[in-house]
Design a protein around this ligand. Structure first.
Ligand SMILES: Nc1ncnc2c1ncn2[C@@H]1O[C@H](COP(=O)(O)OP(=O)(O)OP(=O)(O)O)[C@@H](O)[C@H]1O
Length: 265
């Protein structure tokens, strides 16, 4: 069966920097694929190219087996794909329900048709169902999200994304700057998203998190995919080796061990 989303030979340069250099990618429905690579390897650029946020110089995209051109984030949304960026793009003064429907309010039908108001009751019910479904730990639907913890905000952003995306959610460093308990909650949320049949693309620098939650790992180096491996049976040392190019040498040298320490902390 064809992958849900596949990229072949994507290239994109910024001046003399080849951010993507013949890069490939693929993900199946209901699969968690981690995208790893050193700083500047091209992970964010690849996600932008896959979700209509960046035009490529060359390469082809296939969605559910059909060749497609995705020219805007709106088009990606319509196809069932959402991106959760590191800044989460939540409005801090609004509550989780209002954030979930920001820009997508459900109009209330009145005697004279849509009056342009949000149907608060309907939105709240949908939001609560979304959170209950994912077993999230968000306790208040009425407090501003700015008053909530980083882990809760991350979960709100994920629930918002999957409320609108039924095919693929892209998460850019969702556990960065989170504590142990909050990280666990977010990783559990990712697993439940996968269990709903929604594919998850996870950009992460944390190898332990990647190994815990991903089904498959795609390694990028210098703008291209250099390795794809199943998470099961793969070690942090092998991932670091693939990222740095040391895998073939079978030796994890001192520098890699240091990188390992950094990423595991
Ligand atoms: N808009 C841009 N203008 C110029 N150069 C860019 C632009 N976007 C990305 N690049 C360059 O492309 C390369 C790949 O960047 P990208 O952000 O995709 O890497 P990354 O793997 O996501 O890195 P990180 O882990 O640090 O976020 C880098 O050398 C970066 O400086």
């Amino acid at each position: 069966m064809a992958p849900l989303l596949e990229a072949r030979g994507l290239s994109r340069s910024f001046g003399h920097v080849r951010a993507l250099d013949d890069a490939s990618f693929d993900i199946d429905a209901g699969e968690v694929v981690a995208l790893i690579g050193d700083n500047g390897a091209g992970k964010s650029t690849l996600v932008k190219a896959l979700t209509g946020n960046l035009a490529v110089d060359a390469g082809d995209l296939y969605f559910e087996g059909r060749q497609v051109t995705i020219t805007s984030p709106h088009q990606a949304s319509e196809m069932g794909m959402e991106v959760v960026y590191q800044d989460l793009a939540l409005a801090p003064h609004l509550n989780p329900v209002q954030n979930m429907f920001l820009g997508r309010e459900i109009p209330r039908k009145g005697l004279f048709g849509s009056l342009g108001f949000m149907d608060e009751k309907q939105m709240r019910a949908k939001a609560e169902a979304g959170f209950a479904d994912l077993g999230g730990t968000v306790r208040s639907f009425t407090s501003p999200v700015g008053s909530m913890s980083g882990g809760q905000r991350q979960q709100i952003a994920i629930v918002r994304a999957i409320s609108w995306a039924d095919k693929i959610v892209f998460l850019d460093e969702p556990t960065a700057a989170l504590g142990v308990v909050q990280t666990k909650n977010v990783l559990d949320t990712i697993k439940r998203v996968r269990d709903k049949g929604i594919a998850v693309v996870l950009i992460s620098h944390s190898m332990p998190h990647v190994l815990e939650v991903a089904d498959r790992i795609q390694v990028m180096r210098l703008g291209t995919r250099v390795a794809t491996m199943p998470a099961e049976g793969t070690t942090v040392e092998q991932l670091v080796g693939a990222m740095t190019g040391a895998l073939d040498s079978q030796t994890v040298n001192r520098r890699n061990s240091a990188t390992l320490e950094d990423s595991a902390s």
